[in-house]
Ligand binder design. Structure first.
Ligand code: 6PG
Length: 244
């Protein structure tokens, strides 16, 4: 388990610039080594300016595949859709083949069926078997955290935190269903990059980085890639008081 690499950047624009550099470097390396780049996107507000910056970059887009680490259970044209946000900020502006965009399904009558369908899709794409312990390996997973220490849609004290036999499950935000990566697939990634800005994330960061803390209360503590890189990008307002 590698030690986290923590970088505190002056402000949100500087964090976005650094995140762009890291994602581009990972993409170029993955394409050079495996002729494709797979990335799972985070939702929420923080990553939107990063996606806008990535829309101005040049990559062999036919070799780039976009997934999501979590999704609200709404149609893509809904204001809350993580896929809709990324589509508008980035994917609509680059020549990515439609088949390279892999949004989480949110139209099944039961969210559990949508989660199963996405897991099957990932297993088929990555060639990972649906056997216990076999999880798809993405090149990069982008994540944020909430003030409550959640990440993706792994919320405190929810059943999703305990799922270890599946790569995709149903998250629960105050009774609202989400589709989310589970801890094992997150920890299988080659590179996990957390993007965290704002003073309202300080308390969560203190508990996430504390020697001892309840990971079911602060779920982002559970993200510790076995072999991959773990990078935390914090802006000053989130990270300046953090004791490492
Ligand atoms: C989501 C995200 C979620 C997000 C955090 C931080 O679907 O909302 O995936 O995990 O990363 O809530 O959100 P902000 O970036 O808006 O603070």
């Amino acid at each position: 388990m590698t030690q986290p690499q923590v970088e505190v950047l002056m402000d949100a624009p500087a964090l976005v610039q650094r995140a762009k550099e890291l994602v581009m470097a990972e993409a170029q390396q993955a394409i050079a080594q495996r002729d494709r780049f797979t990335i799972a996107l985070a939702g929420g507000n923080t990553p939107k300016p990063l996606y806008e910056q990535l829309s101005k970059q040049t990559l062999p887009w036919s070799k780039v595949h976009i997934f999501w680490g979590d999704e609200r259970y709404v149609p893509m044209d809904h204001a809350d859709s993580n896929a809709g946000m990324a589509q508008k900020a980035w994917l609509d502006h680059v020549s990515l083949p439609a088949e390279n965009i892999h949004p989480m399904p949110t139209n099944a009558a039961k969210p559990a069926d949508a989660a199963q369908a996405y897991e099957t899709h990932l297993n088929n794409f990555f060639g990972s078997k649906s056997e216990p312990g076999q999880f798809p390996q993405l090149d990069v997973v982008l994540l944020g955290i909430g003030p409550d220490g959640h990440t993706a849609s792994l919320f405190p004290h929810t059943a999703a935190l305990q799922v270890c036999e599946h790569s995709i499950t149903v998250g629960d935000k105050d009774g609202q269903p989400r589709i989310t990566f589970t801890v094992p697939i997150l920890n299988r990634a080659r590179c996990v990059i957390f993007l965290v800005t704002g003073e309202n994330k300080r308390t969560a960061l203190d508990h996430i980085f504390a020697e001892q803390a309840d990971a079911t209360q602060w779920p982002a503590r559970l993200v510790r890639p076995q072999d991959g890189q773990l990078i935390w990008l914090l802006d000053q307002s989130a990270g300046q008081e953090l004791k490492l």
